[in-house]
Ligand binder design. Structure first.
Ligand code: SAM
Length: 215
């Protein structure tokens, strides 16, 4: 069985080879993350950052905040990295990883204040909805690596995905759906420029609920 890059799949019943490759990648990811700065007040995350248009410009506009961009696609991240190297930014790191695997293995001492999910893969067919990033399990895991009252900014051009994310946020024990909250900053992403329209949602992490003992 081919092992997708950094895929945080359940590991029951997989071959020894699959397990070996999975563990090697997980350990490499953990090793890379030891270089991340810890104990920063303003730590922001973009999941599925693609070519980094949004986060590179955001980091440049917010030198007092630290930014982490994650995407599974290495070639896209290479372009993102070239952009921020050229600009000489020292408040941003790009990491190639599957988002859940990254969140599950994030070093203690990192707690995000703002999380951006911009035009996540829509998986439009009903039988593929299980592959969508934003699910109750994801919202729980994400909340465990966020500060109390951290903000989640979600944007999509897929109405069904937005509706389901709205429902997941409004019924979540870990997040509140917030209405009328302005986004802290705007920069159109590649997919935003291609979309004929889109919807945005804002969530705020509840102050109660389960917290990662590491944070
Ligand atoms: C539709 S693109 C949007 C890219 C960018 N946010 C934009 O708006 O232009 C979705 C991105 O999410 C990445 N992605 C999909 N699933 C992911 C996952 N589980 N973990 C990390 N990145 C993921 C893809 O590689 C892709 O770059």
């Amino acid at each position: 069985m081919k092992v997708p890059y950094g895929y945080a799949a359940p590991l029951d019943g997989v071959s020894d080879n699959y397990l070996r490759v999975f563990r090697t990648r997980r350990d490499e990811l953990r090793a890379r993350m030891t270089a991340l700065p810890l104990d920063r007040d303003n730590y922001d995350l973009e999941i599925g950052c693609g070519h980094g248009h949004f986060l590179a410009a955001y980091a440049e506009a917010h030198p007092g905040r630290y930014c982490l961009g994650v995407d599974v696609a290495g070639a896209r991240l290479e372009r993102a990295r070239r952009k921020t190297d050229r600009a000489g930014l020292d408040n941003i790191t790009w990491i190639q990883a599957e988002a859940l695997l990254l969140l599950e293995n994030l070093p203690a001492g990192i707690a995000f204040s703002r999380v951006f999910i911009l035009f996540p893969d829509p998986w439009p067919k009903r039988r593929h909805h299980k592959h969508r990033l934003v699910q109750p399990r994801f919202l729980e895991l994400l909340s465990s690596v966020c500060r109390p009252e951290a903000m989640l900014y979600f944007r999509s051009d897929n109405r069904d995905y937005t509706a389901r994310t709205r429902e997941a946020l409004s019924t979540s024990p870990f997040w509140d759906l917030v209405s009328g909250e302005a986004w802290p900053w705007e920069r159109a992403t590649v997919f935003q420029e291609l979309a004929s329209g889109y919807q945005s949602l804002v969530g705020r992490k509840k102050t109660t609920g389960w917290l990662n003992p590491g944070n």
